[in-house]
Design a protein around this ligand. Structure first.
Ligand code: SAH
Ligand code: SF4
Length: 353
């Protein structure tokens, strides 16, 4: 590594920093101090690293950059949910949500600026995919939401779900690296089993998760139980059909034994009939799925789907339960501030200066 190279210091490994400090004849114990500032004390600039000499801080700021995500705006829902808008160093806005439920503090984080997959019911899908978030940016979202949980509710984050903006498996390397930092004792120190990555279903990358022996859980956004209906809702199904997803999920489970859940948004007269429930049961029986989360549809501006009424929803759920499906209704949170699933980006997030 060239010491003249101007590089994001958080993209260096601990070993890289050690080598750099050797090359500038700096004391070894300083490496740990810097590492702590980068990952635990979350310095926003080299000037913040107050236990380092002024010379070292200056030399670091000449050789490296330290771009961090900042909290641009927070909105508070009457149900306790807090939506935050984060700003990247280059002016993009992404959203993260803190959801306090009973004894849990769940953070919902974004993995991309926008999304390229254009699911017909999702507000993020109507934005272009601007870029991937880097692993340190994803880490920052979790760290900022953790700080907010501590400050507002006096508790640390207990869970993280990758259900914000973007498709995590199309930003595979950064998502895995972010989770490595989130779970590392010298990072946020969270258990991997408390993390769930939600995917619209990229078969090849689900298999890759199995090959990489990841420890976190996986949620598949299924939403329709036959290919015709699913391809209409989610164009990604045209190249990653249900059969390929069943095979990939079984492969993932064989390799990791980690939890798999299905997400199934109910759309009135689209996927809520008994025939649809039967198709869903057939898929459920082919994979060791722990739970089906039936999700209330949150209306978005660009689509005219509707959610079924309470009775129809209950009938669908009861039918599944009667067929020994472990099923739960997930009621949306933070509706009054557009923090509910699929509403992220509803209020046109434009690039700001
Ligand atoms: N791209 C990933 C993760 C982000 S979306 C994925 O698709 O799984 C997170 C969850 O919100 C997904 O289950 C998604 O289908 C759901 N969602 C999107 N739009 C929604 C809406 N309008 N109402 C309810 N859930 C929605
Ligand atoms: Fe992207 Fe997920 Fe929204 Fe589909 S549901 S457009 S994959 S964020």
């Amino acid at each position: 590594m060239q010491k003249t190279e101007v590089k994001n210091i958080r993209h260096l490994t601990l070993r890289d920093i050690e080598e750099y400090f050797e090359s500038i004849d700096e004391k070894k114990f300083r490496v740990k101090q810097v590492w702590e500032w980068l990952w635990q004390k979350r310095a926003m600039s080299f000037a913040d690293m107050t236990n380092l000499s002024k010379e070292l801080r200056e030399s670091l700021s000449k050789s490296f950059t330290l771009p961090a995500i900042t909290n641009n705006l927070s909105q508070y829902s009457s149900d306790g949910t807090i939506k935050s808008r984060f700003k990247t160093f280059d002016g993009h806005l992404v959203e993260g949500v803190l959801i306090p439920v009973e004894d849990r503090q769940t953070a919902c984080v974004s993995s991309q600026v926008g999304c390229s997959l254009s699911c017909k019911f999702c507000a993020t899908g109507f934005m272009d995919r601007k870029r991937n978030l880097t692993f340190d940016e994803i880490y920052d979202e979790a760290a900022l939401l953790n700080e907010m949980a501590e400050k507002t509710y006096g508790k640390k984050l207990s869970n993280i779900v990758f259900m914000g903006m973007g498709e995590p498996l199309l930003n595979y390397k950064n998502v895995l690296k972010a989770i490595e930092r989130i779970t590392a004792p010298d990072g946020l120190g969270m258990g991997a089993r408390r993390i769930t990555v939600s995917t619209s279903g990229i078969s090849k990358m689900i298999r890759q998760l199995g090959d990489d022996g990841v420890k976190f859980n996986l949620a598949l956004s299924l939403h329709a139980a036959n290919d015709k209906k699913r391809s209409e809702l989610m164009p990604i199904n045209e190249t990653n059909n249900i059969k390929s997803l069943i095979d990939a999920l079984n492969y993932f489970y064989e390799k990791t034994k980690n939890d798999i859940t299905f997400e199934y948004i109910l759309f009135k007269n689209e996927n809520d009939s008994i025939e649809d429930a039967n198709d869903l049961i057939k898929i459920y029986k082919q994979i060791p799925v722990r739970l089906i989360n039936v999700i209330e549809y949150n209306p978005i501006e660009n689509a005219d789907y509707e959610k079924p009424d309470k009775e129809a929803t209950q009938k669908f759920m009861d039918y599944l339960a009667a067929h020994r499906v472990n099923v739960r209704l997930r009621v949306s949170r933070g509706k009054d501030i557009d923090a509910a699933c699929g509403q992220l980006a509803n209020k046109d997030l434009e690039k700001v200066g």
